[in-house]
Design a protein around this ligand. Structure first.
Ligand SMILES: Cc1cc2nc3c(=O)[nH]c(=O)nc-3n(C[C@H](O)[C@H](O)[C@H](O)COP(=O)(O)OP(=O)(O)OC[C@H]3O[C@@H](n4cnc5c(N)ncnc54)[C@H](O)[C@@H]3O)c2cc1C
Length: 388
């Protein structure tokens, strides 16, 4: 195996990095994950994630974690409701029996980000993750690298894998292809104790997801297992809007004032989002990496997941990150390459081919979700899936 007697450093303990760490450890590799979060109790944010048979679930199966997944996923959370700007329901699965068959080709079981991360962490040897290690710099050192962290510590590795997400600090050591603003900005947030704080919207989700679409704008609601409601608005804004709008996104009243003006053609049903102080908001301009990117392999450095390819949310990101982890593991530990460089080239070529298609499809979807007729597009899309 090309990793014999080699130290592997994975920068970033998200779903992609942790899946890779688990797979490599199953083959006895010497692997360490460097994660910027202070500790494993750091609260996980973001919506629930649906894992797909051919990617996210495939990686979990290879990692021997499908039983752990079955203990933690949320049957019923996959049920989808589509509304218009007045919260009028145009399509819903809310009253259907929860899907319990995660082995079906079309299975899309949902798991909250926190429990997914927890089960991956629990599968690793103790001390695999070095917390509070925010990567800042790479320096070549003989056949490997010295990693430098913001807290002043350093570490050596023969192979470094960037799994540090959309704002990767490692990516620039591999390619100078930069990401492009998609035109879309998300205002994301979370409401705790949602049954009490936002009873009507909580009821609308019925434990699942709601997509509200109207006239170029979208609001997405996701019920989470611990009782909070994750949400985001998605609108077309200028790239620098987050900075130039003058809105303090830490102040609910200011975000609400923006919402009432930007969503002026939406009913008051959505105002409930802004009625509680048990919430937070964060603004996220959305970028994509050009579909046709490629680079000359750096023999001892590669990347996966959002660090390597990204689009605005389209339901594929976490699945692609976990499939990258599986294919990188296979290149390093299952295929019989002579050198690390050959293994990385094999992995990267497969990843480029796969993510080129996925990026193009995601960008088309994002355009449709922000079109004038986005509601009808979504209804047709889901009716088509049901018709399969
Ligand atoms: C609002 C929203 C909704 C989404 N919904 C979905 C969905 O429904 N389905 C789906 O598949 N995808 C969804 N995505 C996308 C999905 O979250 C990502 O594609 C996925 O998390 C990528 O996994 P990753 O492991 O590559 O990166 P990440 O999950 O971003 O993990 C990166 C890790 O690296 C760490 N890190 C970052 N910088 C450093 C550093 N300098 N040093 C050390 N550690 C660092 C981070 O703390 C984090 O733990 C959504 C994204 C957003 C913003």
């Amino acid at each position: 195996m090309v990793l014999q007697d080699k130290k592997v450093a994975i920068v970033g303990g998200g779903p992609g990095g942790l899946t890779l760490a688990r797979l490599l450890q199953l083959k006895g590799a010497n692997v360490t994950v460097y994660e910027r979060d202070k500790d494993k109790l750091f609260r996980q944010q973001g919506a629930t994630l649906d894992l797909h048979t051919e990617s996210g679930l495939k990686a979990l199966r290879a990692a021997g974690l499908i039983e752990a997944f079955k203990s933690n996923y949320r049957p019923g959370a996959e049920r989808f409701t589509i509304t218009d700007n007045n919260a009028k329901v145009h399509y819903t699965e809310r009253d259907e029996e929860p899907s319990m068959d995660i082995d079906s080709e079309y299975a899309r079981p949902e798991i909250d980000r926190g429990p997914l991360r927890d089960l991956l962490i629990a599968s690793l040897h103790e001390d695999t993750i070095v917390w509070d290690s925010k990567f800042s710099e790479l320096k070549e050192n003989g056949n490997g690298w010295d990693l430098v962290f913001e807290n002043g510590t350093t570490a050596y590795a023969d192979l470094v894998v960037a799994a540090d997400g959309a704002n990767s600090k490692v990516r620039k050591y591999i390619t100078d292809i930069v990401r492009i603003y998609s035109g879309v900005t998300i205002v994301e947030g979370n409401i705790y104790n949602a049954a009490t704080n936002v009873p009507n919207l909580w009821e609308l989700t019925n434990g699942g997801k709601v997509y509200a679409l109207w006239n170029h704008k979208t609001v997405v609601l996701s019920a989470k297992g611990e009782g909070s409601l994750s949400f985001y608005t998605s609108t077309k804004e200028a790239e620098d809007w987050a900075k130039t709008s003058g809105i303090d996104f830490g102040k609910k009243e200011q975000v609400f004032a923006w919402f009432k003006q930007r969503f002026a053609d939406w009913s008051n049903d959505w105002d409930e989002i802004f009625t509680t102080n048990e919430s937070y908001f964060v603004v996220r301009p959305q970028y994509y990496i050009p579909a046709n990117q490629c680079w000359q392999t750096v023999p001892k450095l590669t990347m996966l997941g959002d660090a390597a390819h990204q689009t605005p949310p389209s339901g594929e990101g976490v699945n692609l990150a976990m499939l990258d982890a599986l294919e990188l593991y296979e290149a390093l530990c299952v295929e019989n390459f002579e050198t690390l460089g050959e293994a990385l080239t094999y992995y990267e070529q497969k990843m480029h081919a796969r993510t080129e298609v996925a990026t193009e499809e995601s960008l088309q979807l994002i355009e449709a979700l922000h079109s004038e007729n986005n509601l009808q597009f979504m209804i047709n899309f889901f009716s088509g899936i049901k018709g399969r």
